[in-house]
Design a protein around this ligand. Sequence first.
Ligand code: PLP
Length: 340
Amino acid sequence: MQQLIDFRSDTVTRPSAAMLQTMFNAKVGDDVFGEDPSVNELENMTAEMFGMESGLFCPSGTMTNQIAIKVHTQPGDEVICDKMSHIYQYEGGGIAFNSLCSSKLIDGNKGRITAEQVKLAINPTDIHKPESKLVSLENTVNRGGGSCYDYADIQQIKKVCLQNNLKYHLDGARLFNALVAKNETPKQYGEIFDSISICLSKGLGTPLGSVLIGKKEFIKKARRVRKVFGGGMRQAGFMAAAGIFALQNNIERLATDHLHAQQIAAALKNKDFVGEILPVETNIIICEIKGKYTAKEFSEKMKEQNILFFAISPTQIRMVLHLDIAKEMVEATVRAINKL
Ligand SMILES: *Cc1c(COP(=O)(O)O)cnc(C)c1O
């Protein structure tokens, strides 16, 4: 049987032998006491990379996002974000559940919102209205097919935030994909946002973990909220060591995933059962399936060849590239597509 080629998500990666060895050798301690040297190193290293003051290691990106929202808001406030945002669509209603906040959803361009849209979404000072408190961006946008912001647009939104006393959060689950694709630096992002959530378990390939970064005072509050959310971990340094390894070894290679996504998208483009393909900017392909297959039938056909991906709507499929997809697997996938 041909090996499994798994495009369902970039979360399916398994730690490499070298990463496992680093984890095995990690120095650890009780991180709730602040005594885990590997966790401290990962938190400091991430903050420094972005030119920010402090970091907080958490088990998931959902937790880092939700902690940030909790710290930036008070019950009854409103969060401004795109309608497709992970924080709104895929975090179990956490904005309402954890922070007792409402969401003002913006109809952006493949998940990207503009300063003009943010301006219009801000509530006037009026006792009838929730207080607009926080703007949250996602970069890259998962549901936008891995779309990236133009940095100038991020700067424009920052101006609106400053003028209106709004906090500015970035869900950077795949921020390194955007940095590599756009040739940008972490410091550009660190200097503009009040908080950034970075996932280590997606393109960077660790078993778990996300880091929240921001100012010292912000992270101090975030650390308390992490405990309340049940995210205070003990000898978490084994996992933090994987994160350190990932930041040192797995960033530049994201360009390979982007290239692979282009190669598969090119094969899809030739098929008459493939409709619109969202612009492939990073490691995600989202395309429309029409005519002889439904999205589900196409995914089932490919599954017969041991190629896995999800139909994310009746008419769309999503494929995600990552570090466990080798060149040969991309070639096998292209051959399988060509045969249909
Ligand atoms: C994966 C992801 C997260 C975090 O998800 P977890 O599974 O909780 O780590 C957050 N935002 C985006 C855009 C994501 O794709």
